[in-house]
Design a protein around this ligand. Structure first.
Ligand SMILES: *[C@@H]1O[C@H](CO)[C@@H](O)[C@H](O)[C@H]1NC(C)=O
Length: 522
């Protein structure tokens, strides 16, 4: 018996150790939700027995683990912090997040800062460092695809939002703009004529920039900060244009049940929801009491870290309190400051365990900025939402929420209290219908052969086991866009038509010799 136990134990140990890989995770974007996605990804990889080297601007909050090696890029916070979101400008409607060039330049700058960072340079120059696979976050820059040139191993993109043409272009081809919108316009298919034209134009101009000015700027960063290392180490120096399109896989923080059912290449894998804990952590006593005792249910209002109380005008705060005070439900508001004249049914908390709240049966409605993490959690736990989008893909998610009838959308403006009241009345009057809809979505989301975190581990390991998963590589990458759009055929047909016209003209001329001679004399 003892022998058998020992044998089993040895077998298990050897199984685990042969499947343990060395992974480099590149998550340098200094923004809270990106930190959550990075931290949870490495958590699952570590739990699966892998050894992870993690490039992160959130170094201080990482728990020490012998299998985790931190490459600290905390300095990134000094360049970029979410406070650049000026709420007053958003309220006035004067801010322009829809400026692609602004977003790209900022993200390219963060990528350049990462590649030239002393800790990252040290990592790249260390001949002892070897990895089985690299996972890099796609955040509007292709530059992290240059890491595999240094470590000569397969590369996996991770995309934090719904699949979009820019990231799909790296592993397949851009998406058909007739039914795949850019997050910027937040259009939900089916599009009308003008929307289709708009989406096509945006993709065409976007692709032009990606292949020209952005490409050159990124290539310059590669040449400056990576190529010298390759030369020093005597490694081949691939073209940036090759590295960009050489990823083995694209992991997406998405789920078909939540987004749109659009055709995806085999190298795209949905892992949305992996950041949600398997076990719901118990609520702190005070919150538990509030939720347990709320006879009319609880509305949870949290704008995440986007809407800072210090930026919110007093009349807005007062207006919101009045609206909440007029409800029969209990309102839990996550906010940094306590407000005067708080109605009895309103509780302001500085911090709240969002997932545990959403899991509580008395939680009836979630008022959120509509970020994808919050939306996924709402669907996971089956709670209807009112979205007040502030920036980035939140507008798209908010439109999706409305389109799928799992909630409503409210614009962030000086009229917020009034508009929110309208939305609250609408949803609360029809709560069972909204709840049924989101529960339906929740069932579709959960009914899957693998949990998101299992899919994450499986596909990362699959890439290592199959040496870069060349069998998943989309054939579309070998077919230039003009061929995919049959522009070459169009050119042939046009040329043929012109040729035929010329021939016909020649023949006609032949039968009118007199006129022909006259013309020649002239
Ligand atoms: C492209 O990726 C594959 C699979 O990881 C790898 O074998 C190959 O060396 C890479 N090509 C270049 C030019 O880096």
């Amino acid at each position: 018996m003892e022998k058998l136990k020992c044998l089993l134990f040895c077998a298990v140990v050897s199984l685990c150790s042969c499947d343990a890989y060395k992974i480099l995770a590149v998550f340098p974007v200094p923004s809270p939700s990106h930190g959550i996605l990075g931290d949870n990804m490495i958590k699952h990889l570590l739990n699966a027995g892998h050894e992870v080297t993690y490039i992160t601007p959130y170094a201080s909050r990482q728990k020490s683990n012998p299998k985790l090696h931190i490459v600290d890029v905390t300095d990134h916070h000094s360049f970029f912090n979410p406070d650049i979101l000026d709420l007053t400008e958003i309220l006035e409607g004067t801010v322009n997040f829809k400026d692609h060039n602004f977003v790209f330049s900022m993200m390219m700058h963060i990528a350049a800062m990462t590649l030239e960072h002393k800790n990252v340079q040290k990592l790249m120059r260390d001949p002892q460092q070897k990895f089985d696979v690299i996972i890099g976050e796609y955040m509007f820059t292709d530059l992290y695809s240059t890491f595999p040139a240094v470590f000569q191993c397969p590369y996996i993109w991770f995309s934090t939002v719904e699949p979009h043409w820019m990231v799909m272009n790296l592993v397949h081809s851009p998406m058909n703009p007739a039914y795949n919108g850019d997050y910027m316009y937040a259009n939900i298919p089916p599009f009308n004529f003008m929307q289709r034209v708009q989406e096509l134009w945006l993709q065409l101009t976007g692709l032009y920039h990606h292949n020209n000015d952005y490409y050159q700027r990124e290539e310059a960063v590669y040449l400056k900060h990576v190529v010298p290392i390759l030369k020093e180490q005597g490694k081949p120096v691939p073209d940036y244009n090759v590295l960009k399109y050489n990823a083995s896989l694209l992991l997406g923080n998405s789920q078909v049940a939540i987004g749109n059912a659009v055709p995806m290449p085999p190298s795209y894998k949905h892992i949305g929801g992996y950041h949600i804990d398997d076990e719901v952590k118990p609520l702190p006593e005070d919150l538990k009491k509030i939720l347990d005792n709320a006879k009319n249910g609880v509305i949870y209002f949290s704008m995440g870290s986007n809407l800072k109380s210090k930026d919110l005008p007093d009349d807005l705060k007062k207006g919101l309190l009045e609206v909440f005070g007029g409800l029969k439900q209990t309102v839990l508001w996550k906010f940094e400051e306590n407000l005067p004249n708080q109605p009895k049914n309103v509780h302001i908390v500085q911090w709240a365990p969002q997932q545990s709240l959403l899991a509580h049966p008395n939680l009836k409605l979630f008022v959120t900025h509509g970020g994808l993490l919050s939306l996924t959690e709402a669907v996971h736990f089956g709670v209807p939402v009112i979205a007040i989008p502030v920036f980035a893909d939140q507008f798209l998610n908010a439109n999706q929420i409305q389109h799928k009838r799992i909630g409503e959308k409210v614009d962030l403006s000086h009229n917020l209290p009034k508009d929110l009241k309208v939305a609250l009345d609408k949803v609360l009057a029809d709560l069972p219908r909204y709840t049924a809809k989101v529960k339906e979505m929740s069932v579709a989301y959960h009914d899957s052969p693998m949990k998101p975190k299992e899919a994450l581990n499986f596909w990362v390991e699959h890439v290592v086991r199959t040496r870069g998963a060349p069998h998943l590589r989309s054939v579309a990458l070998q077919v230039p866009l003009y061929q995919q759009a049959y522009l070459d055929l169009l050119a042939v047909l046009l040329a043929a038509a012109v040729g035929i016209l010329l021939v016909v003209r020649k023949i006609l001329c032949f039968f009118k010799p007199q006129k022909n001679i006259k013309e020649k004399k002239n």
